[in-house]
Design a protein around this ligand. Structure first.
Ligand SMILES: [Fe+2]
Ligand SMILES: [Fe+2]
Length: 302
């Protein structure tokens, strides 16, 4: 193998699988506000997913529908269509948690209004003339999605293996939502990167958009956790604190900072390919036993 070839992304072929959306539904009636018992801080840190994903994954779908006509590989086109179906379902499933949080006294609307603005306006189509500028902005967003999907795959792999959540008595419906979603993120983890490499693949663009996406995620996540902690009606003086985040990592109910830091050089390596991390067999094994996914697959299911 030449030096140039060894610096290309190295996919693991056996990790590829055909994608299909699973039409799940969740019943939130019995899910408590602090669904990790006695741990509002870790609960709300994970709850930030419900603030970011409805608008974020709708935005993935919006961007990808615009690039579908540019895909010149039939396998990749089928993967992207499967990805669109899965992300649309994820967005809806997290959106459906929000009325439940509101009913429990924690109205997410002030925060989700800002997130909607971010994805629909700041990261929206903008009024650009057809041509180079419009294409540049589209490719920039395709690259950003690839960077974000590095983190959704990271979180998906983490939650599939987060046995401390089971041991701590986390609510089974919320765990199923997170693991169904996480498993599909692991299942489709290569699609956004493959699409970026197919349409552009520039290394400078990969690094630049990773920096934007990573900074935005850290900013939105700490702000979202703070929003939930400060507005939680059951907490007298709720505050988000770094020490609680580190403690959640040590206890295994949140990802560790070390694992998150290690994920950075992975994505920035020139030989990175998402199939090198995570386990498709484990993801599919979960989807085969997920209460929501199996109910959807049953005759007459959702
Ligand atoms: Fe998703
Ligand atoms: Fe995804």
């Amino acid at each position: 193998m030449s030096n140039t070839a060894s610096l290309r992304p190295q996919p693991v072929a056996s990790e590829h699988t055909p994608l299909k959306a699973r039409n799940v539904a969740f019943d939130w009636a019995d899910t408590p506000l602090h669904w990790i018992p006695g741990d509002p801080s870790s609960t709300h840190t994970i709850n930030v997913l419900h603030l970011l994903l409805p608008a974020g994954e709708r935005w993935f779908v919006h961007v990808y529908k615009q690039v579908l006509p540019s895909i010149r590989d039939e396998q990749l086109r089928a993967d992207v269509i499967g990805f669109i179906g899965q992300e649309a379902m994820h967005s809806q499933a997290h959106d459906d948690v929000l009325p439940h949080l509101k009913a429990l006294g924690l109205d997410p609307a002030p925060y989700t209004a800002q997130v909607d603005w971010l994805f629909e306006k700041l990261l929206g189509d903008r009024t650009l003339p057809p041509g180079r500028a419009r294409r540049w902005w589209l490719m920039e967003r395709v690259a950003m999605i690839a960077a974000i999907e590095h983190y959704t795959a990271f979180l998906g792999d983490w939650v599939l293996n987060a046995e401390a959540l089971d041991a701590g008595g986390a609510d089974p419906t919320m765990l199923d939502l997170l693991r169904w979603h996480g498993a599909e993120e692991v299942e489709h983890r290569s699609v956004a990167f493959d699409l970026f490499m197919h349409l552009d693949g520039g290394y400078r663009r990969r690094v630049r958009t990773w920096a934007t996406a990573f900074s935005a995620l850290v900013f939105l996540w700490q702000r979202g956790t703070r929003f939930f902690m400060e507005n939680d009606p059951t907490l007298l003086d709720g505050k988000a604190a770094v020490k609680d985040f580190l403690r959640g990592g040590r206890q295994g109910v949140l990802p560790t900072t070390g694992a998150m830091l290690r994920s950075i050089p992975q994505y920035l390596s020139r030989t990175y390919h998402p199939s090198q991390h995570g386990n498709t067999d484990q993801a599919i094994a979960y989807l085969d036993r997920s209460p929501a996914a199996t109910a959807a697959a049953a005759p007459g299911g959702a």
